[in-house]
Ligand binder design. Structure first.
Ligand code: ADP
Ligand code: MG
Length: 270
Protein backbone atom coordinates (compact mmCIF):
# COMPACT_ATOMS: atom_id res chain seq x y z
CA UNK A 1 0.00 0.00 0.00
CA UNK A 2 1.17 3.52 -0.82
CA UNK A 3 -0.07 6.57 1.06
CA UNK A 4 0.35 10.19 0.16
CA UNK A 5 -0.28 12.36 3.23
CA UNK A 6 -0.77 16.05 2.47
CA UNK A 7 2.12 16.10 0.02
CA UNK A 8 3.14 19.38 -1.56
CA UNK A 9 5.83 19.97 -4.20
CA UNK A 10 7.02 23.40 -5.17
CA UNK A 11 10.01 23.31 -7.52
CA UNK A 12 12.82 25.85 -7.29
CA UNK A 13 11.55 28.70 -9.44
CA UNK A 14 8.13 28.49 -7.86
CA UNK A 15 6.10 25.99 -9.90
CA UNK A 16 3.45 24.48 -7.65
CA UNK A 17 3.56 21.01 -9.22
CA UNK A 18 1.56 19.45 -6.38
CA UNK A 19 -0.57 21.85 -4.36
CA UNK A 20 -1.65 19.39 -1.68
CA UNK A 21 -2.64 15.80 -2.12
CA UNK A 22 -3.69 12.94 0.12
CA UNK A 23 -4.34 9.61 -1.50
CA UNK A 24 -4.15 5.90 -0.74
CA UNK A 25 -3.11 3.32 -3.32
CA UNK A 26 -4.37 -0.09 -2.20
CA UNK A 27 -2.05 -3.09 -2.45
CA UNK A 28 -2.30 -5.49 -5.43
CA UNK A 29 -4.41 -3.06 -7.43
CA UNK A 30 -3.75 -0.79 -10.38
CA UNK A 31 -4.31 2.91 -9.81
CA UNK A 32 -4.08 5.35 -12.70
CA UNK A 33 -3.13 9.00 -12.33
CA UNK A 34 -4.65 10.77 -15.30
CA UNK A 35 -4.24 14.40 -16.25
CA UNK A 36 -3.02 16.75 -18.92
CA UNK A 37 0.66 17.39 -19.48
CA UNK A 38 2.09 19.40 -16.60
CA UNK A 39 -0.59 18.41 -14.09
CA UNK A 40 2.01 16.90 -11.73
CA UNK A 41 1.70 13.17 -12.52
CA UNK A 42 5.40 12.40 -12.91
CA UNK A 43 6.21 14.42 -9.80
CA UNK A 44 3.73 12.34 -7.79
CA UNK A 45 5.05 9.07 -9.17
CA UNK A 46 8.67 9.91 -8.41
CA UNK A 47 7.87 10.77 -4.81
CA UNK A 48 7.27 7.06 -4.20
CA UNK A 49 10.87 6.04 -4.99
CA UNK A 50 12.38 9.33 -3.79
CA UNK A 51 13.50 10.59 -7.17
CA UNK A 52 11.54 13.65 -6.04
CA UNK A 53 11.32 14.75 -2.40
CA UNK A 54 8.11 16.48 -1.34
CA UNK A 55 8.38 20.08 -0.12
CA UNK A 56 6.10 19.04 2.72
CA UNK A 57 3.96 16.07 3.62
CA UNK A 58 4.80 12.38 3.74
CA UNK A 59 4.78 9.36 1.44
CA UNK A 60 4.49 5.95 3.09
CA UNK A 61 5.03 2.53 1.58
CA UNK A 62 3.46 -0.26 3.63
CA UNK A 63 3.20 2.16 6.54
CA UNK A 64 6.85 3.22 6.43
CA UNK A 65 7.91 6.79 5.67
CA UNK A 66 10.05 6.51 2.52
CA UNK A 67 12.47 9.07 4.01
CA UNK A 68 13.46 6.41 6.53
CA UNK A 69 14.50 4.00 3.77
CA UNK A 70 17.90 4.20 2.09
CA UNK A 71 17.34 5.93 -1.22
CA UNK A 72 19.27 3.47 -3.37
CA UNK A 73 17.74 0.44 -1.68
CA UNK A 74 14.28 1.97 -2.10
CA UNK A 75 14.83 2.64 -5.79
CA UNK A 76 16.00 -0.89 -6.43
CA UNK A 77 13.08 -2.37 -4.55
CA UNK A 78 10.47 -0.57 -6.65
CA UNK A 79 9.95 -1.25 -10.34
CA UNK A 80 9.99 1.86 -12.51
CA UNK A 81 9.02 1.92 -16.18
CA UNK A 82 9.81 5.17 -17.92
CA UNK A 83 8.35 6.64 -21.04
CA UNK A 84 10.54 5.65 -24.01
CA UNK A 85 12.09 2.72 -22.21
CA UNK A 86 15.01 4.30 -20.43
CA UNK A 87 17.16 1.31 -21.37
CA UNK A 88 20.96 1.34 -21.22
CA UNK A 89 21.95 1.62 -24.90
CA UNK A 90 25.34 -0.10 -24.60
CA UNK A 91 24.08 -3.18 -22.79
CA UNK A 92 22.29 -6.09 -24.36
CA UNK A 93 18.61 -6.63 -23.73
CA UNK A 94 19.47 -9.49 -21.39
CA UNK A 95 21.92 -7.38 -19.38
CA UNK A 96 19.45 -4.52 -19.19
CA UNK A 97 17.04 -6.85 -17.44
CA UNK A 98 19.67 -8.57 -15.26
CA UNK A 99 21.49 -5.42 -14.08
CA UNK A 100 19.53 -4.63 -10.91
CA UNK A 101 19.38 -8.22 -9.62
CA UNK A 102 23.16 -8.47 -10.06
CA UNK A 103 23.61 -5.16 -8.20
CA UNK A 104 21.51 -6.49 -5.35
CA UNK A 105 23.51 -9.69 -5.04
CA UNK A 106 21.98 -12.28 -7.34
CA UNK A 107 24.77 -14.33 -8.98
CA UNK A 108 25.19 -13.27 -12.61
CA UNK A 109 24.30 -16.69 -14.08
CA UNK A 110 21.14 -16.92 -12.02
CA UNK A 111 20.18 -13.34 -12.93
CA UNK A 112 20.57 -14.14 -16.62
CA UNK A 113 18.44 -17.26 -16.42
CA UNK A 114 15.76 -15.25 -14.60
CA UNK A 115 16.03 -12.43 -17.14
CA UNK A 116 15.42 -14.83 -20.01
CA UNK A 117 12.33 -16.12 -18.27
CA UNK A 118 11.07 -12.58 -17.71
CA UNK A 119 11.57 -11.66 -21.36
CA UNK A 120 9.35 -14.56 -22.31
CA UNK A 121 6.85 -13.55 -19.69
CA UNK A 122 6.41 -10.11 -21.24
CA UNK A 123 5.96 -11.67 -24.67
CA UNK A 124 9.44 -11.20 -26.16
CA UNK A 125 11.15 -13.74 -28.36
CA UNK A 126 14.20 -15.03 -26.39
CA UNK A 127 16.38 -14.66 -29.50
CA UNK A 128 16.16 -10.88 -28.97
CA UNK A 129 18.04 -11.17 -25.69
CA UNK A 130 21.46 -10.63 -27.31
CA UNK A 131 20.47 -7.51 -29.19
CA UNK A 132 21.01 -3.94 -28.10
CA UNK A 133 18.01 -1.70 -27.37
CA UNK A 134 18.62 0.29 -30.57
CA UNK A 135 18.03 -2.89 -32.59
CA UNK A 136 14.47 -3.31 -31.28
CA UNK A 137 11.16 -1.73 -32.27
CA UNK A 138 9.56 0.78 -29.92
CA UNK A 139 7.06 -1.78 -28.70
CA UNK A 140 9.78 -4.36 -28.05
CA UNK A 141 11.78 -1.79 -26.10
CA UNK A 142 8.76 -1.06 -23.94
CA UNK A 143 8.41 -4.76 -23.18
CA UNK A 144 12.06 -4.88 -22.15
CA UNK A 145 11.38 -1.86 -19.92
CA UNK A 146 8.57 -3.77 -18.22
CA UNK A 147 10.74 -6.91 -17.86
CA UNK A 148 13.52 -4.83 -16.34
CA UNK A 149 11.12 -3.20 -13.86
CA UNK A 150 9.92 -6.67 -12.81
CA UNK A 151 13.42 -8.15 -12.50
CA UNK A 152 13.85 -7.48 -8.78
CA UNK A 153 10.37 -8.94 -8.21
CA UNK A 154 9.16 -5.68 -6.63
CA UNK A 155 5.80 -5.39 -4.87
CA UNK A 156 5.33 -2.00 -6.47
CA UNK A 157 5.49 -1.04 -10.11
CA UNK A 158 5.56 2.63 -11.12
CA UNK A 159 4.77 3.21 -14.77
CA UNK A 160 5.16 6.65 -16.34
CA UNK A 161 3.32 6.81 -19.66
CA UNK A 162 4.84 3.41 -20.42
CA UNK A 163 3.18 3.02 -23.80
CA UNK A 164 3.29 6.65 -24.85
CA UNK A 165 5.86 6.30 -27.59
CA UNK A 166 4.31 3.50 -29.66
CA UNK A 167 1.63 3.39 -32.33
CA UNK A 168 -2.00 2.72 -31.34
CA UNK A 169 -2.09 -0.95 -32.39
CA UNK A 170 1.09 -1.88 -30.53
CA UNK A 171 -0.12 0.23 -27.64
CA UNK A 172 -3.29 -1.83 -27.44
CA UNK A 173 -1.23 -5.06 -27.52
CA UNK A 174 0.98 -3.84 -24.70
CA UNK A 175 -2.06 -2.85 -22.67
CA UNK A 176 -3.58 -6.32 -23.09
CA UNK A 177 -0.25 -7.85 -22.15
CA UNK A 178 0.02 -5.75 -19.01
CA UNK A 179 -3.50 -6.71 -18.00
CA UNK A 180 -2.67 -10.40 -18.41
CA UNK A 181 0.58 -9.97 -16.49
CA UNK A 182 -1.15 -8.12 -13.68
CA UNK A 183 -3.68 -10.95 -13.43
CA UNK A 184 -0.77 -13.33 -12.83
CA UNK A 185 1.41 -11.14 -10.62
CA UNK A 186 -0.95 -8.94 -8.59
CA UNK A 187 1.53 -6.08 -8.12
CA UNK A 188 0.62 -2.69 -6.70
CA UNK A 189 0.76 -0.55 -9.83
CA UNK A 190 0.68 3.20 -10.16
CA UNK A 191 0.20 4.05 -13.82
CA UNK A 192 0.61 7.59 -15.09
CA UNK A 193 -1.07 8.42 -18.37
CA UNK A 194 -2.71 11.32 -20.16
CA UNK A 195 -4.88 8.82 -22.03
CA UNK A 196 -8.15 8.30 -20.22
CA UNK A 197 -9.03 5.26 -22.34
CA UNK A 198 -5.79 3.58 -21.29
CA UNK A 199 -6.61 4.35 -17.65
CA UNK A 200 -10.12 2.93 -18.01
CA UNK A 201 -8.75 -0.20 -19.70
CA UNK A 202 -6.06 -0.95 -17.12
CA UNK A 203 -6.89 0.56 -13.75
CA UNK A 204 -9.11 -0.52 -10.88
CA UNK A 205 -9.12 3.05 -9.54
CA UNK A 206 -8.70 6.19 -11.60
CA UNK A 207 -7.67 9.58 -10.26
CA UNK A 208 -8.42 12.50 -12.57
CA UNK A 209 -6.06 15.40 -11.87
CA UNK A 210 -6.27 19.10 -12.61
CA UNK A 211 -3.14 21.26 -12.73
CA UNK A 212 -1.27 21.26 -9.44
CA UNK A 213 -2.26 17.59 -9.05
CA UNK A 214 -5.56 18.68 -7.54
CA UNK A 215 -7.97 15.74 -7.52
CA UNK A 216 -10.98 16.30 -9.73
CA UNK A 217 -12.41 12.82 -9.13
CA UNK A 218 -11.41 9.41 -7.78
CA UNK A 219 -13.39 6.32 -8.64
CA UNK A 220 -13.63 3.13 -10.62
CA UNK A 221 -13.79 3.65 -14.38
CA UNK A 222 -17.48 2.73 -14.30
CA UNK A 223 -18.24 5.24 -11.54
CA UNK A 224 -16.42 8.03 -13.34
CA UNK A 225 -18.11 7.28 -16.64
CA UNK A 226 -21.54 6.98 -15.07
CA UNK A 227 -21.21 10.00 -12.77
CA UNK A 228 -18.52 12.50 -13.78
CA UNK A 229 -18.05 14.83 -10.79
CA UNK A 230 -18.20 18.04 -12.80
CA UNK A 231 -17.83 19.64 -16.20
CA UNK A 232 -14.03 19.32 -16.12
CA UNK A 233 -14.20 15.55 -15.64
CA UNK A 234 -17.04 15.25 -18.15
CA UNK A 235 -14.93 16.93 -20.79
CA UNK A 236 -11.73 15.14 -19.81
CA UNK A 237 -13.21 11.64 -20.05
CA UNK A 238 -15.06 12.57 -23.22
CA UNK A 239 -18.41 11.76 -21.66
CA UNK A 240 -20.05 13.52 -24.57
CA UNK A 241 -18.29 11.43 -27.23
CA UNK A 242 -20.58 9.42 -29.43
CA UNK A 243 -18.88 6.12 -28.56
CA UNK A 244 -19.44 6.73 -24.85
CA UNK A 245 -23.18 7.13 -25.28
CA UNK A 246 -24.57 3.78 -26.29
CA UNK A 247 -28.10 2.64 -26.69
CA UNK A 248 -29.47 -0.84 -27.23
CA UNK A 249 -31.05 -1.82 -30.52
CA UNK A 250 -32.99 -5.02 -30.99
CA UNK A 251 -31.65 -6.95 -33.99
CA UNK A 252 -33.70 -10.09 -34.50
CA UNK A 253 -33.81 -10.93 -30.81
CA UNK A 254 -30.32 -9.74 -29.77
CA UNK A 255 -29.48 -6.43 -28.14
CA UNK A 256 -26.82 -4.62 -30.14
CA UNK A 257 -25.25 -1.55 -28.51
CA UNK A 258 -24.93 1.33 -30.91
CA UNK A 259 -23.31 4.73 -30.52
CA UNK A 260 -24.95 8.07 -31.19
CA UNK A 261 -24.35 7.63 -34.91
CA UNK A 262 -25.96 4.21 -34.89
CA UNK A 263 -22.58 2.46 -35.27
CA UNK A 264 -22.40 -0.94 -33.53
CA UNK A 265 -20.08 -1.14 -30.50
CA UNK A 266 -20.94 -4.58 -29.18
CA UNK A 267 -23.64 -7.06 -28.21
CA UNK A 268 -25.31 -7.32 -24.81
CA UNK A 269 -24.78 -10.80 -23.40
CA UNK A 270 -26.83 -10.43 -20.24
P1 ADP B 1 3.21 15.72 -15.80
O1 ADP B 1 3.98 14.48 -15.56
O2 ADP B 1 1.76 15.62 -15.38
O3 ADP B 1 3.33 16.23 -17.19
P2 ADP B 1 5.20 16.99 -14.08
O4 ADP B 1 5.07 16.37 -12.74
O5 ADP B 1 6.31 16.53 -14.94
O6 ADP B 1 3.79 16.88 -14.83
O7 ADP B 1 5.33 18.55 -13.91
C1 ADP B 1 4.43 19.32 -13.13
C2 ADP B 1 4.86 20.79 -13.18
O8 ADP B 1 6.12 20.94 -12.54
C3 ADP B 1 5.07 21.32 -14.60
O9 ADP B 1 4.65 22.66 -14.63
C4 ADP B 1 6.56 21.19 -14.82
O10 ADP B 1 7.02 22.15 -15.73
C5 ADP B 1 7.12 21.44 -13.43
N1 ADP B 1 8.38 20.70 -13.20
C6 ADP B 1 8.56 19.36 -13.31
N2 ADP B 1 9.81 19.00 -12.98
C7 ADP B 1 10.46 20.15 -12.68
C8 ADP B 1 11.79 20.46 -12.25
N3 ADP B 1 12.71 19.52 -12.08
N4 ADP B 1 12.09 21.77 -12.03
C9 ADP B 1 11.17 22.73 -12.18
N5 ADP B 1 9.89 22.52 -12.56
C10 ADP B 1 9.54 21.26 -12.81
MG1 MG C 1 5.05 13.33 -16.94
Amino acid sequence: MIEYRSVVKTYPGGTHAVQELSLTVPAHRTLALVGSSGSGKTTLLRMVNRMVEPTSGTVLVDGQDVRDVDRVALRRSIGYVMQAGGLLPHRTVLDNVATVPVLTGTPRRRARVDARELLERVGLDPTLARRYPGQLSGGQQQRVGVARALAADPDILLMDEPFGAVDPIVRRELQDELRRLQGELGKTIVLVTHDVDEAFRLADQVVILRTGARVAQIGTPAEILAHPADEFVRTFVGADRAERNLSALDVRGRQVLVDEHGRPAGVLTA
